[in-house]
Every structure is written in structure tokens, then in C-alpha cells.
Design a protein around this ligand. Sequence first.
Ligand SMILES: Nc1ncnc2c1ncn2[C@@H]1O[C@H](COP(=O)(O)OP(=O)(O)OP(=O)(O)O)[C@@H](O)[C@H]1O
Ligand SMILES: O=P(O)(O)OC[C@H]1O[C@](O)(CO)[C@@H](O)[C@@H]1O
Ligand SMILES: [Mg+2]
Length: 465
Amino acid sequence: MTTTTTNDFSPPNGKQNPETIYSVNVTLVPLPHLTDYIPSLQTHTTPLQHNNFYHPSDGFYISHSDIILRRTVYDLDTNNTTLAYHRAGPREQIFYEPRNVRAAIVTCGGLCPGLNTVIRELVVGLWEQYGVREVFGIRAGYRGFYSMEPVRLDVKMVHDWHKRGGTVLETSRGGFDLDKIVNAIEDRGYNQVYIIGGDGTLRGAVKIFNEIRRRKLNVGVAAIPKTVDNDVGIIDRSFGFQTAVEKAQQAIAAAHVEAESAPNGIGLVKLMGRSTGHIALKATLSSRDVDCCLIPENEFYLEGKGGLFEFLDDRLKQNGHAVVVVAEGAGQDMIPRTDAQKQEVDESGNPVFLDVGVWLKSELKRWWERDHKGELFTVKYIDPTYMIRAVSANATDNLYCTLLAHSAIHGIMAGYTGFVAGPINGNYAYIPMDEIAETKNLVDTRDHNWAWVRSVTTQPDFGRM
Ligand SMILES: Nc1ncnc2c1ncn2[C@@H]1O[C@H](COP(=O)(O)OP(=O)(O)OP(=O)(O)O)[C@@H](O)[C@H]1O
Ligand SMILES: O=P(O)(O)OC[C@H]1O[C@](O)(CO)[C@@H](O)[C@@H]1O
Ligand SMILES: [Mg+2]
């Protein structure tokens, strides 16, 4: 980056000095590489050089000095800094002989549209672009490394997997046993490990990578972030999220039809989002049928001035119907629960939620009975929870999954390890796993997206302003 600076940022007369140069301070985030702990590793020219379908021309190969800026928007009046990451893509020199590669692919955590596409494209990319012939699917998540026989994968087998929802390899929660997993990786002779999963999976992947590095194993580890909730930070969005939002709209449309077809009808839709309201937010913005969107990042209340009931009372008087979208993680603190329920966690240690939709439906009915006894009223509750994530990916997500998988392969082949492949401002980058495992992408209720939701719905701010 240039270091020349000037403080003359004044364009009001429309005449910007064409020679003005501004500066941005860039800090390049170091990316782990196998040669950090195995300095003797040999390089090989990539087989892409002789691939019938790729014709490497100028600019085809990415070099170690190609970077992607984390921030692309700057205010020239302030002292600007940004992090930068190594750019994803094929390298001319690689650190594996393809015929010696034994790759393992695992999917962990909940389902997400596009999982099968990522698996398919890892197999196809390794096979077609690099000539790798030993690719194994680990069954049923992390536990599969040490407790099940792997499945041998080939291009023919995975041919139509992108058309299928779920994960053909199967997935699970829990079962993370670091020693057993890394022992299995060693014993089975895997030298490339591709891990597809969400925040919990990424935290596990960091531990696997650290243990592999501690043992100085010649094994590259890459992760591809997966979460229908879109709660992984740094990257633009997670795959499958758009498909899920699209699917969620069908539920909202149905809730709207039900609500407007009844006197004082309320359509209530619960959408996924354990601790983030991204699906609810984007489905609300794109549907425009929603009167109120409730998310975990913005606490709400029911009774009194500025509460949900007062708002719905007005909306029913004005329009005769209303649609409420609630993210599953919203309002959890208001739902009465037993001590045992308070302690409940799933096999991965995630808290188990009570059904906010069921609770809200009964609270709405209680409110109406109390304040409007004798007047017609109906609440139609739609819970499409698993329907929005159990579908196959849409076209955009399928293409996205392909680029993610191929980026991961190129990175591992280039000797990088302990990284996540993902897009930052539209460009694919390699991000150290530990950095991404520590970030969380929450809805920022101070930014324009949430303001937009509020302006579209005119819902209350629940005391935030
Ligand atoms: N801190 C951690 N350290 C090691 N392993 C972990 C950790 N957290 C979770 N895991 C393991 O990662 C796997 C997936 O975790 P989890 O069930 O939380 O799903 P996830 O990856 O967060 O995906 P999602 O939440 O999108 O469904 C499980 O096998 C779990 O045991
Ligand atoms: O698959 P399970 O264990 O029912 O978990 C459901 C959770 O998984 C997710 O789909 C992804 O984390 C959440 O939205 C949801 O809370
Ligand atoms: Mg998770």
C-alpha cells in the first residue's frame, strides 16, 4: 500500500485534485503453512499446468503476495487501517504429489442447504483438477473418524449430490475426542482433511489443526464454514443462507394468507436462528408481508406501552390482520422453564431452546381473551424450522459452494493449513481458522439493515432508542 499522505480531503467545489494520494495501513494476517514445521517439504508444479480444460495464462496463478482487504470502505478523513488475508486460488507450485494425496471430508453440526454440493465439489475438484484418486468421506461427523469405516468417494458416485438436501455423509453433534480423531487421521494416512461445519465445528477444527501441528504431521487442514444461521464472522455470508431465506418466505406467505383470511387473524412464523436473527431479518425484508420481526439481538416485551400487544392491537384495528416472524432464539428469557430445562444442552453443549412460537401463540391468545373477550381472533402458527435447511441449495448457493470447495483445495495443495476458505467483499480469501472461530456475526441493531426492518414494519423498538 502507498504511504504518501495528504490532509486535503475537500472536494465540495467538485474539483478533486487528481494527484492526491491517500494511504491505508494494511496488516497482513499470517497464514499457517506446512513448511512452518516441516521446512524440508518439496514443491511440485501443479498439474493444472497440463490440464485439458484450464489454460493457465497471465494472472491465472495466485501468488503469496496477492491479498484481499478486509475493509473496502474508508473515510479519507480518518486514519485508516485494515487487515488483509492471502487471496484464495490456484498456485503454480504445490506441496503435494497428487498421487500421494489421501483426502478426508467430514460434515458436522446441523444441516444446511449446499452441504452435498461442497462434498461433491471437493471430490470433483481434487479428482479433475489435481488428479487425486483417494478421497474418503468420514461418516456422521467428528465421531466418524474413530468409530466408523470411511466411505471411498469418486466423481461418478457424487455426480448428482448437489441436487440433494442434507449430507450424504451424515452428520452429528458431540463426539469430539481430539486424541482419537488425530490418531485416526494418522493411522488411516490422511494427509488432507476438509472439515465442513459451523462455529462449534470450527472450534474443534482449530484443536485438530493445533494437535496435528504439535505432532508435526504432514497433514493439511482446511475448513469450510457452514451455518444456516449465518452466524460465522468475517466472511460475507455462509452458504445455504440464501436458500434458507428463500424457503422461509414460503412460510411467511402462507402465514399472511391465513392471517388476512380471518377477522383479527395473526400469522406467526418461527424461523431458525439460535443466537442470531439473520434469517428472520432477511426474510422479513424480502417478503414485505411482515408486521413485526423478533430477533435474539433485540429484546422485546409483550405488555404495556411500546410492547408487542399494543402494537398488534393497533395493527389489527388498521388492517384486520398481522404477520409476526420470530427467530427461535428470541424471547427465550421470557419463557417459563423448569430447573431441568434451564440446564438442558445438546450433545455439543449448545443450550436447548423452548419453542418460542408455541409460547407466543398461547400468550397472544391469553391477551386477546383478557382484553377483547367475545371478539373473533385467530393465531395460525407455522413452524417451518427444518424445512428451510433440509432442502437442496439454490443456484446461487450451488455456485458459491463450488467456489468454496475449489478454494479450499487450492489452498491445501499450496501447503497452507489451519485455514478457512471464504469470500470477503466478494473475493475469496484464506483466513486463519482460529481467527474465524473466535468471531460471531450478530445482527447489528444499530446499522441500516435493522433500521430498514423497522421502517418496513413500523414495529416498536422495544425501548432501545
Ligand atoms: N469448543 C469445541 N471444541 C471442540 N469441538 C467442539 C467444540 N464445540 C463443538 N464441537 C464439536 O463440533 C461439532 C459440531 O458442533 P455443533 O453441534 O455446535 O454444530 P456447529 O458446527 O456449530 O454447526 P451448527 O450450529 O451450524 O449446526 C460437534 O461434534 C461438537 O462436539
Ligand atoms: O439440528 P438440531 O440439533 O435440531 O439443531 C437445530 C439448530 O441448528 C441450527 O439449524 C444451526 O445451528 C440452528 O438454527 C438450530 O437451532
Ligand atoms: Mg453452532
